[in-house]
Write a protein that binds this ligand. Structure first.
Ligand SMILES: C[S@@+](CC[C@H](N)C(=O)[O-])C[C@H]1O[C@@H](n2cnc3c(N)ncnc32)[C@H](O)[C@@H]1O
Length: 178
């Protein structure tokens, strides 16, 4: 039986396959129902400045800007082809921006909400950047992988079909020992 890439059930499979073909590499986007849950748990609203680190095809920033009315949503993506897709998807959204860069080089200090879907190892590496650049009480919401050593404000698990999903929310300050 054909095994689908992780988290691709309920994501239009053909759509993911087309993006992977364009990008020329495996690409694992967060499914729409996970994105909705992430942005809801992070309480994205019209005061929010949302940064998605590694925004892929831009789905998170589109949802933040369009469906949650974020003041500003910024996606940072190093893959040029994914960036082009994200730019096309956000071109009509005045409050959404896409930056083609390594997120290590982008200052996060204007963000009050950061979304990530990276490995636990990468999340651990990002701790220093988060502590240096994010204002106190900023929220980090992570799909699937936690930030090692940090105590989450919220650890949300749910099932959709046969798959289980994890969304982990951190707040810069009391929950984040350096
Ligand atoms: C698992 S995908 C998540 C995409 C999107 N955030 C989502 O949840 O649907 C991870 C993305 O991070 C990007 N990425 C990884 N390291 C990066 C870096 N240092 N700077 C910018 N983008 C990066 C990858 O190219 C990939 O598109």
């Amino acid at each position: 039986m054909l095994k689908l890439p992780i988290n691709c059930d309920r994501q239009p499979y053909l759509f993911v396959l087309i993006i992977q073909t364009i990008v020329g590499a495996p690409f694992f986007p967060s499914p729409p129902f996970v994105i909705k849950k992430m942005l809801t748990l992070a309480d994205v609203n019209s005061d929010s400045v949302v940064y998605d680190l590694g925004c892929g095809d831009g789905s998170i920033i589109v949802a933040a800007a369009r469906d949650f009315n974020a003041k500003k949503a910024v996606g940072i993506e190093q893959n040029q082809r994914l960036c082009a897709i994200a730019l096309a998807k956000t071109r009509r959204l005045k409050n959404a921006h896409v930056v083609n860069a390594n997120y290590d080089t982008v200052d996060l200090s204007e963000a009050n909400i950061v979304t990530i879907y990276q490995s636990a190892r990468e999340n651990a590496r990002l701790k220093r950047k988060f502590l240096n650049e994010l204002p106190e009480n900023s929220t980090i919401v992570s799909h699937d992988f936690g930030i090692p050593g940090w105590r989450p404000k919220l650890f949300h698990t749910f099932k959709e079909g046969r798959h289980g999903y994890r969304i982990i929310v951190y707040v810069i300050g009391s929950h984040t020992p350096s």
